[in-house]
Design a protein around this ligand. Structure first.
Ligand code: GAL
Length: 317
């Protein structure tokens, strides 16, 4: 992931799901599926489909279907409700009970599939690539994350920043985030005009495989105070929150049950500014609240992310 960035990520989807790939797929992009095969799995499928219609059934540009009990992988295309000739690969690179990383590299004339870093098969397009706009996963499989990765650029630019409505509203957007510095070492951004109620700060990324901790800091621009440090600690499986005001840390607030991060796993953290507190959600689930110790949100004008993670997205909503 170091030389690519994800333009779209979906964490812990419930299987089966159909996920719209914004803007479709273009050659050079990669569809990533991270998951685990349950011990009793017989088959599952990862399909790139043309919409998600049921009646009539959407065409399936690429059907990737490991059949574990039969010991082979079937690939095929469904058009007008009919399957074409199957392309069968003997052997299955997925072990029951084991985690996997499936990467489907999109080429102009076909797909290149790799599992756990090793090339597995090629599949030539039978329908126009532009028609594929949905990733559907079904069958016996657990999915940790799916992502669409943009082509490697050779330069590490892992962070996309933006804010809702920026394209349409430009300067009128309620709150804006301006990147000051970003790279492998983390991210520093300016929250132009400070935070305000109903704005959410969204951080998406992936914890490093050997992650010990990372930190998201909401900083008071003018004096070095930290209005909120959100600090997941992988060793003790703790979410620790605190503020650094007038030269010292305050009382730490912790949540120790049900730690939502894992080494090597994608995550999404959302800090929503309510009237008197931050509401913190991880992977779509509300985890905790943190009462403001810097109640004037407009003074919070910097966002910093550091630690054992690779960022994919930092934005305001
Ligand atoms: C059929 C099966 C479908 C699909 C297809 C691929 O036998 O019912 O789910 O896997 O093969 O050719």
């Amino acid at each position: 992931m170091s030389a690519r960035h994800s333009r779209q990520v979906f964490v812990k989807p419930v299987v089966p799901f159909a996920w719209t790939i914004r803007g479709g797929l273009v050659p050079g992009e990669t569809v990533l599926v991270e998951g685990r095969v349950p011990p009793d799995a017989d088959r599952f499928q990862v399909d790139l489909t043309c919409g998600s219609g049921v009646s009539p059934r959407a065409d399936v540009l690429f059907h990737f279907n490991p059949r574990l009990k039969k010991g082979h992988v079937v690939c095929n295309t469904l058009q007008d409700g009919r399957w074409g000739p199957e392309e069968i690969l003997r052997g299955v690179p997925f072990a029951a009970g084991a985690a996997f990383e499936l990467m489907v590299l999109v080429l102009r004339d076909g797909f290149k599939v790799a599992v756990n870093g090793a090339h597995l098969l090629d599949y030539k397009h039978r329908l126009a690539l532009e028609r594929a706009d949905t990733l559907a996963v079904s069958g016996k499989v657990h999915v940790a994350a799916v992502a669409v990765l943009s082509p490697a650029t050779g330069v590490t630019t892992p962070v996309r920043t933006g804010e809702r409505g920026a394209d349409e509203e430009g300067e009128k957007a309620e709150a804006r985030l301006r990147t000051v510095a970003s790279g492998d070492g983390g991210f520093l951004g300016e929250l132009v005009g400070g935070l305000r109620e109903r704005v959410s700060v969204v951080i998406r990324g992936r914890a490093l495989r050997e992650a010990e901790s990372f930190a998201v800091d909401l900083l008071v621009g003018e004096n070095g105070d930290t209005a909120l440090r959100f600090n997941p600690r992988f060793g003790s499986q703790t979410l620790a929150l605190n503020s650094f005001l007038s030269g010292s840390w305050g009382d730490e607030e912790r949540r120790v049950d049900d730690y939502p991060f894992g080494p090597g796993l994608y995550f999404e953290v959302i800090f929503r500014c309510e009237a008197d507190r931050f509401r913190v959600a991880v992977n779509g689930v509300h985890r905790l609240d943190y009462k403001y110790r810097v109640p004037d949100l407009r003074r919070i004008t910097r966002l910093r992310v550091t630690g054992d993670l690779s960022l994919t997205d930092v934005c305001l909503m």
